[in-house]
Design a protein around this ligand. Structure first.
Ligand code: OAD
Length: 250
């Protein structure tokens, strides 16, 4: 509680806020995280499936896993954490401040919660692309008719997400780095902070003088100044109420 108050005070005076999110922010929407037993699917480790090697070896398996996750994301609803982050953006931008949301999530829930300035560091699972030509398509919100699903140019469809060993989209990474130059506070929400380069943003923000805050159900290895321990869907609304008063939540 003590930390919540001091973070709220810092948030009230911050002119530029950056939020970095991970799979934990969508757990309260019923989506699975990556790490830990909850992330495993049919006996497969997600961190093994989310690789170009796994897709090359077994495109049917990897396609089915991503199609299952795509349909789960489309069926899920944004939760109180997504809504609080979008409320924070509206508040800051409305007051003439700066805001950026950097997400490692591919589920599109931040945008559906009303966030506007969303930087998708790991892509978006609702978009797929032909693995040969790279041409993008947005499949209908129904299960694929086959695994793997043929793409428009003779290859297989693969999700338009970043796999381990692949490079982050340049524009997204540049936007993340640019945000560090004006960031007074970095809120790190629902990420285990073990996947680089995203995890490295925390120390860089701290080195650049930002207040760093972790919101997570448990403390991670991230080196932050403040830890607010609890579900993001409870902690973030409380933090915003403490910082800005509990005005109607739109
Ligand atoms: P992880 O599954 O590694 O971590 C989820 C984090 O969320 C953990 O630290 C949990 O303690 C926390 N958590 C769970 N429920 C929560 C809740 N209700 N509120 C707050 N925190 C909660 O997911 P990421 O850190 O997002 O990359 O993983 C990073 C990247 O690794 C993913 O984007 C993906 C993955 O492999 C790629 O696919 C490239």
């Amino acid at each position: 509680m003590h930390d919540l108050r001091s973070v709220a005070m810092a948030l009230r005076t911050a002119r530029g806020v950056v939020v970095l999110t991970g799979a934990g922010v969508s757990v309260e929407s019923g989506l699975r995280p990556f790490r830990g037993a909850d992330g495993w699917w049919k006996g497969h480790d997600p961190t093994v499936l989310a690789t170009p090697e796994a897709f090359a070896a077994d495109p049917a398996l990897v396609s089915e896993w991503y199609d299952t996750r795509r349909l789960a994301a489309l069926a899920a609803q944004p939760n109180a954490a997504h809504r609080a982050i979008s409320r924070l953006e509206r508040h800051l931008v409305g007051a003439g401040g700066r805001f950026a949301l950097l997400t490692q999530n591919v589920d599109d829930l931040h945008r559906r919660a009303g966030s506007e300035h969303v930087v998708e560091l790991h892509g978006n699972i609702t978009v797929w692309r032909d693995h040969r030509s790279g041409r993008k398509v947005t499949p209908e919100p129904v299960p694929f008719t086959a695994y793997p699903q043929p793409g428009p140019d003779g290859g297989w469809l693969r999700p338009d997400v970043v796999w381990f060993g692949e490079v982050l989209p340049t524009a997204a990474w540049n936007a993340a780095e640019a945000a560090l130059s004006w960031c007074d506070m970095l809120l790190v929400v629902g990420t285990s902070s073990v996947v680089f380069p995203a995890a490295g943003l925390v120390e860089r923000a701290a080195a650049a003088g930002a207040v760093t805050v972790e919101v997570n159900v448990e403390a991670t290895y991230a080196r932050v100044e403040h830890r607010l321990v609890g579900p993001a869907g409870e902690v973030l609304p409380r933090l915003l109420d403490e910082a800005f008063g509990n005005a109607p939540r739109g």
